[in-house]
Design a protein around this ligand. Structure first.
Ligand code: DGJ
Length: 738
């Protein structure tokens, strides 16, 4: 970082009354308006001389200078978009508020003004600014936190709302943060986001932002496959287009919440302005804040880069690796996993699992996982969710003998659970039919025959903790896959006081985080994977409590290129588990079984796993798999710790290419996929990125048996021409500095 000694990530300019938050390449500015409100001023490329802020009159860009109390002027500006750093509902605010509250006397109006501020260094050594606002008349305070991640050009924001009075306050909206993008005159902001459904998770969508509000959200109390709490906005004009992977200004952000969430992007044109507010979804939300209580929002992390979508992703990936992922395993390699799901579904028996374990070990698997089906009387998805004891029919001797064998074979043992769900046909439900969310007397919607346990009830959480504690305490389990296979319906918690019943959404998610955190503290060696019918719990909240995630139930290697591309927009490849399977087991989706190299290469771009029925392997197949697993382990540090460059998107042509480069640029790998060979078209070169131009690299994988030595400069300017033949061809190109 430039001039490390004098670099100050947080500066307060007392006279002007503004705070300047600086990262390596960006500045973020907000200040106190004359009436004490907190006003956003600037977010973008570094403004190096603070005096220029005053000279350039930045304040006039977003709000009138001078008499800010003049009603006509305020209407004019506030009528389009808010200017406050954290807009609260009251006054002339007609836009998405970050905060909306009702006081005990029925007053529903807030005027937040500056009260105090302080600065400290947070746990990871990151600078933290706290600005406290208070309502001008009523006993409500808000702490606005801004945590600066200087080397990654990111800011983490959250807020804490406090009741300092003696009567309860009803919170109707409490978002984490509002972000303001610079005003522009010609062109439009363009939104990139992720959308999908089960089996088609994390798909990239890009469209110009229309006037008015665009809301990305989940009301399902899981993050959802339909929308993901991530946004990126770039500047698009008809003449020059928008940002690309490597160039152009991009503002982007992601929310750390695994329940119902929303991100609302509001656009006002002429001049073009965009404001983005996000946090816990306020749909069907109400939280009663008792006297003296606080409500803490989840963090909303955002950043700016002038270097395109690729840099935005790389910054988010590094942020996860360096700060977000649970520290116990953040720096350890993700192991090659074998998972039983697609091979066995619910059809287990001890003898077959012993055989699978022997075979998995031969292949180089490091973590042997039995998925759904090991507990209660779980012969189908109709029964036993909630009964977390080992199936006496499938494992008459308990899990001990299998785990011992797995360990003897040099592998860790892992297991699947779905703690939040219950089947009506279970001992647990028979004993505690009142432990689920429900509106009594109304029908229950079941999804995958399951209902949802009410984790707002402490006794339910205590039961789950005991079950999982027993499971981990009695068995040498090194990994838990925590699944949750249904969205909320009938969210009733009717034995709570009426004013508290809607708190269940938030209490549920907090309970999940808390359960995992407490179990992590007791069993620090265990690795946790989050899953929700595939990728429906993919967000920065998950990343804070789990080590990795399952991106999609779709393991078709070609579909995965699209799903994984979307995943990589915001989330680190190290966390992205990808199995090679017999094209989705018995389901045979897309009616195709692609060739083995294509399948492996697709899965090797994340954390590799296997999901086939290994007893069906021929000796030739086994040999080939051994070789791919060995190769993955060799390049694993580059894929899991390196910087990702999306060289060619599968969305834009027949060839997709992904490059990973070690932080010291000594090694890189490039995966190239061609799904169709068209029109006898000549292949074109692929220009690499992120290498050291001055070093020479030994390059293999372009042509069978060939090895060449080329400078980083040439690899990035001339590019490579890998030999690919026919449909669904792929190759892995390896580069090592010599
Ligand atoms: C959904 C998950 O995404 C699958 O991987 C598998 O664990 C099943 N649930 C098991 O029920």
């Amino acid at each position: 970082m430039e001039n490390e000694k004098t670099f100050q990530p947080i500066r307060y300019f007392e006279e002007a009354g503004f705070w300047l938050l600086s990262t390596e390449n960006t500045s973020y500015l907000f200040g106190r308006a004359s009436d004490g409100r907190l006003q956003h001023l600037y977010w973008g490329e570094t403004l190096s001389d603070p005096d220029d802020f005053a000279a350039l009159g930045l304040e006039t860009q977003t709000a009138p200078s001078g008499d800010y109390d003049d009603i006509a002027v305020r209407l004019q500006f506030k009528g389009s978009l808010p200017v406050e750093e954290y807009p609260a509902w009251g006054d002339f605010l007609y836009n998405e508020p970050c905060l909306k509250a009702t006081f005990a006397d029925g007053v529903r109006d807030l005027h937040l003004v500056y009260a105090s501020h302080s600065q400290e260094t947070g746990p990871e050594g990151l600078p933290l600014l706290k600005v406290t606002l208070k309502d001008t008349l009523y006993p409500l305070e808000v702490d606005l936190f801004h945590r600066v991640v200087p080397g990654l050009d990111l800011l983490e924001r959250w807020s804490v709302v406090r009741n300092t009075g003696s009567s309860p306050i009803d919170l109707e909206t409490v978002l984490s943060a509002g972000w303001h993008l610079p005003t522009r005159n010609q062109g439009s902001y363009r939104l990139t986001h992720l959308t999908g459904r089960w089996f088609a998770d994390s798909r990239v969508r890009r469209a110009l932002l229309p006037d008015g509000k665009t809301t990305l959200e989940s009301r399902r109390n899981i993050t959802s496959a339909e929308a993901n709490p991530f946004f990126a906005l770039d500047w698009w004009d008809p003449e020059n287009g928008g940002a690309s992977e490597e160039t152009g200004e991009v503002w982007f952000g992601a929310l750390g919440w695994s329940g119902s969430w929303k991100i609302t992007l509001e656009r006002a044109s002429e001049p073009e302005r965009v404001y983005v507010a996000g946090g816990i979804n306020d749909f069907d939300f109400r939280w009663q804040l008792a006297p003296g209580e606080e409500f803490v929002t989840p963090p909303f992390t955002a950043g700016f880069t002038p270097k395109g979508f690729g840099q935005a992703s790389r910054n988010l990936h590094r942020y996860q690796l360096d700060y977000l992922l649970p520290r116990a395993h953040a720096n350890k390699p993700r192991k090659v996993v074998y998972n039983s799901w697609e091979a066995a579904f619910f059809d287990f028996n001890e003898a077959k699992q012993f055989e699978m374990a022997e075979r998995a070990a031969r292949l180089g698997v490091e973590l042997f996982v039995i998925d759904d089906g090991w507990f209660g009387h779980r012969f189908s998805d109709r029964v036993s969710l909630g009964d977390w004891y080992v199936s006496p029919e499938k494992f008459p001797n308990g899990l001990g003998p299998l785990i011992r064998r797995v360990n003897e074979l040099g592998m860790d043992f892992g297991i699947w659970v779905e703690p939040e769900s219950v089947n009506a046909d279970s001992d647990l439900y028979r004993q505690h039919p009142d432990w689920i969310y429900q509106f009594p007397g109304r029908p229950h919607n079941e999804v995958r025959r399951a209902r949802i346990l009410n984790l707002a009830k402490p006794e339910v959480v205590a039961y789950l903790y005991d079950c999982l504690d027993r499971l981990l305490g009695e068995n040498n389990i090194s990994y838990i896959k925590w699944d949750f296979n249904r969205p909320i319906t009938e969210p009733g918690w009717l034995d709570a006081p009426p004013e508290r019943q809607r708190e269940m959404y938030v209490r549920h998610v907090r309970a999940v985080y808390d359960l995992v955190d407490r179990l992590r503290a007791k069993y620090p060696a265990v690795v946790w994977e989050a899953c929700s019918s595939g990728g429906a719990r993919l967000d920065l909240g998950t990343m804070r409590h789990f080590d990795q995630t399952w991106p999609s139930d779709n393991t078709d290697p070609f579909d995965r290129l699209f799903i994984q591309e979307g995943y990589s927009l915001a989330y680190a490849p190290k966390t992205m588990v990808a199995w090679v399977t017999d094209s989705n087991g018995s389901r045979d989706i897309n009616n195709q079984a692609l060739n083995l190299p294509f399948r492996f290469h697709s899965a090797m771009t994340g954390a590799l796993g296997l999901g086939d029925d290994l007893t069906r392997y021929t000796p030739e197949r086994e040999q080939a798999v051994i070789e791919f697993v060995r190769e993955y382990k060799e390049i694993r540090p580059i894929v899991q710790e390196g910087a990702l460059y999306r060289l060619l998107s599968p969305r834009s042509g027949p060839i997709a290419a992904l490059q990973y480069v070690l932080p010291d640029r000594s090694e890189a790998v490039v995966f190239v996929f061609r799904h169709t060979e068209h029109y006898w078209q000549a292949a074109t070169r692929i220009r690499l990125q992120g290498l050291d131009p001055a070093r020479r690299y030994r390059v293999t994988g372009l042509k069978a048996g060939q090895e060449i030595k080329v400078s980083g400069q040439s690899l990035m300017s001339l590019g490579i021409l890998p030999e690919l033949s026919g449909h669904f061809a792929s190759t892995l190109v390896k580069l090592k500095a010599v």
